[in-house]
Design a protein around this ligand. Structure first.
Ligand code: PLP
Length: 386
C-alpha cells in the first residue's frame, strides 16, 4: 500500500482540494494590511450565498464549537431559560455550553437516529413560555440525521418570541441553506466539513432581531463578543488576528463552489447520499435513519452481524480508508461515512468498493460488487445513461 495515500471519509475534517491546499501556503501577509482587508471584503458575497443571508457573516478563529459558544454567550445570560433540541451528540454540546454559563436548559430529547418534529418543539415552548432561545442542530453528525430546519423558525414564532439558533456545521455549504427565508436568527458553521477547508475557522450570522438582542446583552464575554466582530467587519477586519492562511484557503474554496454552481454542489451531495444508502441497502446492512431523515453529508450504518469498529480497523490498515464510528450512546454500534465537501460520486464508488472488500475480510458474507452496482445504478438513474 502507498503509505502516503489516505481516503478521508469521516464527517469532518474532510479532504482539501489541491487548489485550496496551494492557497493555504501563500506567503503570509499582515492582518491589518490593505491586501488582507481587500481579501476579507471579497469573502462576504460568497459567504452570503453559502448561508442564504444578506446579513454579515462573521468569521471567528476557532473550531465550530467556538461559534456555538458565541451563539450562546451573545444571546442569553445566566438564569435565562432556553430550549435545546437534542437529536444526538451535537445537541448535547449546546446543552453543555449553556450549562457551563448557568443558563437554565429545557431539553427536547429525540430518539437518536430520527429528526425532531416541529409540533413537539411548539409543545415544549408552550410548557416553558419564558424560553428566550431555541437551539437546534441542522445536520446531527452523530446520527446522520438532517433536521427540519426549514420549518423551525416559523413554528417557533407561532407560539413564542424565542430566537431560533441553528448549528449548521456539518452541512452548510453542502446543502441548500436559506437563513433569511427560513427565518433563522443565528446560524453557525465551521471550516472543516462541507466548506473544504482545514479546521480553524468558524462562521456565524445573525438576523436583525438577533442583533437587537445581542446588542442589549451586557454579558457577551471578550473573545467571542460578536459586536466586536461586526464592528471589525465594517472596516474589513477582525478584532483579533485571524487565521490568515485559512482566509486564503476560504477565498479559493468559495470560488470553487461558485464555479461548480450551488445547485450542482447540492445535487452532488444528494447523489452521494443516495448512492451510499442504496449500496448498504443492497448488501442488507441496516441504515440508522429512514430516507426522509437522512443527511446529504453523512450516512450512518448500523451493522447487526459484524463489529463496526473491527470493520473500520480493517479499512484503515488495508487501504488507509478512514470512516467514523459512533459517538456517545452509539459508540461501537454504528459506522458513519462522510460524503461532503471535496468528495464526488466517483470517490464514493471507490469508497464503497473498498468497503465491500473490508466486509469480506472481517468475515461478512456478501456478494462482491453488489453494493457498488446499486450505487452505479443510482448514479445512472439520477445523471442519465447518455
Ligand atoms: C463538527 C461539528 C461541530 C463542531 O465541532 P468542532 O470540533 O468544534 O469543530 C459542531 N456541530 C456539528 C453538528 C458538527 O458536526
Amino acid at each position: 500500500m502507498l503509505k502516503d495515500q489516505t481516503f478521508l471519509r469521516i464527517p469532518g475534517p474532510t479532504p482539501i482540494p489541491p487548489s485550496v491546499q496551494q492557497a493555504l501556503s501563500r506567503p503570509m501577509s499582515g492582518h491589518r494590511s490593505n491586501e488582507t482587508s481587500e481579501l476579507f471584503a471579497s469573502l462576504q458575497p460568497g459567504l452570503h450565498k453559502v448561508f442564504g443571508t444578506t446579513q454579515d457573516v462573521l468569521i471567528l478563529t476557532g473550531s465550530g464549537t467556538s461559534a456555538l459558544e458565541a451563539a450562546v454567550v451573545n444571546t442569553v445570560q445566566a438564569g435565562d431559560e432556553v430550549l435545546v433540541i437534542v437529536t444526538g451528540s451535537f445537541g448535547e454540546r449546546f446543552v453543555g455550553i449553556c450549562e457551563a454559563y448557568d443558563i437554565t436548559v429545557h431539553r427536547l430529547d429525540v430518539e437518536w437516529g430520527t429528526s425532531f418534529q416541529v409540533e413537539d418543539v411548539q409543545e415544549s415552548l408552550k410548557k416553558h413560555p419564558a424560553v428566550k432561545a431555541v437551539f437546534a442542530t441542522f445536520c446531527e453528525t452523530s446520527t446522520g440525521v438532517i433536521n427540519p430546519i426549514t420549518l423551525l423558525s416559523k413554528a417557533v414564532n407561532e407560539v413564542s418570541e424565542a430566537l431560533t439558533i441553528v448549528d449548521g456545521v456539518s452541512c452548510v455549504g453542502g446543502v441548500q441553506t436559506r437563513m433569511d427565508d427560513w427565518g433563522i436568527d443565528i446560524l453557525v458553521t465551521g471550516s472543516q466539513k462541507a466548506l473544504m477547508l482545514p479546521p480553524g475557522l468558524a462562521f456565524i450570522a445573525a438576523s436583525v432581531r438577533a442583533w437587537k438582542c445581542i446588542e442589549m446583552n451586557s454579558g457577551r464575554g471578550f473573545y467571542l463578543d460578536l459586536v466586536k466582530y461586526k464592528k471589525g467587519l465594517k472596516q474589513n477586519s477582525t478584532p483579533f488576528t485571524p487565521a490568515v492562511s485559512l482566509l486564503f484557503g476560504l477565498d479559493e474554496a468559495l470560488q470553487l463552489l461558485e464555479k461548480e454552481g450551488f445547485p450542482e454542489v447540492f445535487a452532488r451531495h444528494t447523489l452521494m447520499k443516495k448512492m451510499t444508502r442504496a449500496a448498504f441497502r443492497s448488501l442488507n446492512i441496516p441504515l440508522l435513519t429512514n430516507d426522509e431523515d437522512a443527511s446529504e453529508t453523512v450516512t450512518a450504518v448500523q451493522p447487526n452481524d459484524f463489529d463496526a469498529d473491527a470493520f473500520r480497523k480493517v479499512l484503515k490498515s488495508e487501504f488507509g480508508l478512514s470512516i467514523a464510528g459512533g459517538q456517545g450512546r452509539l459508540k461501537g454500534k454504528i459506522l458513519r461515512i462522510g460524503h461532503m465537501g471535496y468528495c464526488s460520486p466517483a470517490d464514493m464508488l471507490q469508497t464503497l468498493a473498498m468497503m465491500e472488500i473490508g466486509l469480506l475480510k472481517i468475515g461478512k458474507k456478501i456478494e462482491l460488487g453488489k453494493g457498488v452496482a446499486a450505487a452505479q445504478q443510482v448514479y445512472l438513474t439520477m445523471r442519465g445513461t447518455k
